[in-house]
Each structure stands twice: as structure tokens, then as C-alpha cells.
Write a protein that binds this ligand. Structure first.
Ligand SMILES: O=C(CO)[C@@H](O)[C@H](O)COP(=O)(O)O
Length: 181
């Protein structure tokens, strides 16, 4: 299920979503998002991903970034388990962005990737998970951006990040019935 192309965000509603198959072929005469082939690629090649999201980049998730977003607050360790990586530039409209997402995130903890000169894409075990990664990614990008203005950044050591993510966040935090990655 994906949004129609070119629709105003205030007009988005469950009734105007477009059902597509895993090749990105729409079951509707309306045109699905320009990112359909990219998302379809991700869902075909990363079966653990049940949802993917294209957040709207802000000044904090700058598209032309040349460096990953450091993991320097515990909330980021919980949510991403590592720095948010950068992927290569990929053209919009075919599966290039999907290939960039897959090549960068496959085998990684992070559910967010910054596509160079474009912006963030997030994945999740369900839609709420992908949207949460988008919201948290925006939040930590803002924090890192402001912290960088104040002075040198101090990343959390990876072994502490692993403990925060695996020992606590994925196995203890929340309710036992919560969906777990
Ligand atoms: O960021 C970009 C293009 O730069 C893409 O995410 C498109 O903006 C998707 O637009 P729709 O076709 O979904 O309206």
C-alpha cells in the first residue's frame, strides 16, 4: 500500500492509498508514488521489512550530508543501535533508491538511512515501526545538529550501544506483547 504520486500531504487519507504488488505494479489507474519501485525493491529483497517510509527531510536531515549521524545519545542507541548511515546518490523513479537502502541497511541495526542529496528513508517490522524510526531520526538529527554547534561530539562506545539496544531496549523495554525487531 503506497501513497498516490503528487498528492498534497493534507489530502492523504486511507481511502486514497494505492495497493501495489511487490513488483510495484499498481492495481489502480491512479499513479502511485515516484518511490514505488524503490520501496518494492526493499520489500522484495529485505523480507523482514514490512513497512518503509520516506520522511520529508528538514534542515536537520540535510540531503547533501557527507557524514553519518553519530550515535551520541542513549535514545539513538535504543532506536538505531549504531550511527545512521549514508548511502550513495540514487536517481528517483526506478529501484535505484531501493538498491541503495538495501545495500546500506542489510545486516545493519539502523532502520534509517540518509540517501545522499535526497534525505532519509526508514524501514520497520510494521508501519508504526518505520514511522517511529522517521520521527526518532528527525529528533536525534536535530539534537546532534545542535550539539555540534556547542562543541565536539562524544559518541557512545559501540559495546555500550549494543548493550542498550540488545540487553535492554529489544528484550526488556516496553510490554512483552510489543512487536520486536
Ligand atoms: O523526494 C523525492 C523526490 O525528490 C521523492 O520522495 C518524491 O517526492 C516522491 O513524490 P511522490 O511521487 O510520492 O509524490
Amino acid at each position: 500500500m503506497i501513497k498516490p504520486s503528487g498528492i498534497s500531504y493534507e489530502d492523504l487519507a486511507p481511502g486514497n492509498m494505492i495497493l501495489c504488488d511487490l513488483d510495484g505494479t499498481a492495481g489502480s489507474e491512479r499513479s502511485p508514488s515516484s518511490d514505488t519501485a524503490a520501496h518494492a525493491y526493499v520489500h522484495r529483497h529485505m523480507p523482514e521489512v514490512a513497512a518503509s517510509c520516506t520522511p520529508i527531510p528538514t534542515t536537520r536531515w540535510p540531503g547533501p550530508r557527507v557524514e553519518e549521524i553519530l550515535c551520541m545519545i542513549t535514545a539513538m542507541a535504543d532506536e538505531f543501535g549504531e550511527p545512521i548511515p549514508i548511502s550513495r546518490f540514487a536517481i528517483v523513479g526506478d529501484d535505484s533508491i531501493g538498491r541503495g537502502i538495501g545495500d546500506t541497511l542489510r545486516g545493519h541495526c539502523s532502520r534509517a538511512v540518509l540517501m545522499q542529496n535526497h534525505g532519509p528513508f526508514t524501514i520497520g517490522v510494521k508501519a508504526k515501526d518505520a514511522v517511529k524510526a522517521a520521527v526518532m531520526g528527525e529528533d536525534v538529527a536535530r539534537t546532534v545538529h545542535l550539539a555540534r554547534e556547542a562543541g565536539p561530539l562524544i559518541p557512545i562506545p559501540q559495546e555500550a550501544i549494543d548493550s542498550l539496544l540488545r540487553d535492554r531496549y529489544q528484550n526488556v523495554y516496553g510490554q512483552s506483547a510489543d512487536a520486536r525487531r
